[in-house]
Write a protein that binds this ligand. Sequence first.
Ligand SMILES: Cc1ncc(COP(=O)(O)O)c(C=O)c1O
Length: 477
Amino acid sequence: MALRTNCAIALKALKTFSDQALKRRSPVIRQTPMADLEKGLNLKRLMAEGGLRGETLRAFLGTYLDAATRLHHPGYMAHQVAVPHPMGAVAALVDAFTNNPMAIYEMGPSAATIEYAVVNWMLEKIGWQPMPLPGSAVTAGIHGGGVLTHGGSLANLTVLAAARGRAAANAWHQGNPGNLVLVAPRGCHYSITRAAGILGLGRKAVIDAPTDADGRLDPARLAQCVTELRQGGSKVMAVVANACSTAVGLYDPLREVGEICRDLDVWLHVDGAHGASALVSDRHRPLLDGIELARSVVWDAHKMLRTPNLCAAILVRDHRDLDGAFQEDASYLFHEKDQPGFDFIHRTVECTKAALGLKVFFALAADGEAGIAAFIDRQTALAKTAAGMLRTAPGFEVAVEPQSNIVCFRVDGDDDLQLGLRRRLVEAGKHYVSSAEFQGRRWLRLVLMNPATEVHDIGELIDEIRQLHVPCPPDPV
Ligand SMILES: Cc1ncc(COP(=O)(O)O)c(C=O)c1O
């Protein structure tokens, strides 16, 4: 059957899916048991016999979408995953169809050109020199560098591999010297400690950075921490700062931290996977004041740039830091050739790499920077309003005043109660929230990613929690 017919079937199903979700006519989340789904989707038969097109496709999509989690539902307030801009989804289709693995220029010149432009756009937002176009006169001074990769976790790993290369030039060939350490706040994303494990540094090489009571890096004690580590014989490979933190969405004081790292000649890595997008908003950019002092930044587009999964940027102030991160021979790819463009492959873990820049570009170019800025401003304002409503609701407590679109709160009671409430909310399917630990206690967590979520949705969530949290009547005597 023709591509056009199958696309029309898929499009119609997707439109119904998002319309129904937007009107709250279907649950935001429904976890059908996997065994039932496997049967309902007819997976074994379809894989063996084929025929997934036309009416069979329509029926299949009906079952598939019915059991899918609905990010378009205004009650979706759970995780840091974009409700994608529809144009981002169009780009994903173009990428899937053309399938240009653009990490070497000849395999996807248009995709590589777009990635180059997107990386440069991000470098300039940080305040770093963009990369000159290949073939153009090289400008004096250091210029930045970057690449898009499949997710913030891989991006953090790549940056830390680059930082290790600067701290221990022989590590690539001879392995790690035993004294490398990273200094990171306890509340850093787990991909930082995981990267330490993958790089063979060991979890013990991640030293807790001094922080204030809310888990933000404390610049007053950072210099002493680094100095003491050095005096004890450790080589500090990098300091990691959050912009913003995963659990509660707070930004570290980047300017003060950056000045200390510059004075001590330590690599500062800013994990801006969630929060670097605030650079696009004039109102929220000050949260990232001083980011240009970092040596590297990770910035996920599939969080606040409304880009479909996955697309994260690895950005460095000096391109040579990233260019030296990986050192390989691969005769089938790396050899002398005409080079009218740029090969990103030397900067990534991936060999085959999707046209990630296309998805960011479509999401961005649909409404321009003003569209993204308005989205960030709206979602942050909504988070602040939500925190105000929760704070004044009797029996509710808010963890911190939000700086981003993340709000943590809890109701009077122990940690089990919070998890029990989350489970019952998810089962009811009207609101989907996540949860996180902060300051040794468990909180319910809202990540307000959906531009369709309104203030009244927060009010309805509070009402639902109140109804679920009816105190048990005392046991009869
Ligand atoms: C601060 C931070 N860094 C890294 C990540 C990991 O990003 P990804 O899920 O794209 O791997 C996250 C995701 O939640 C994050 O919040």
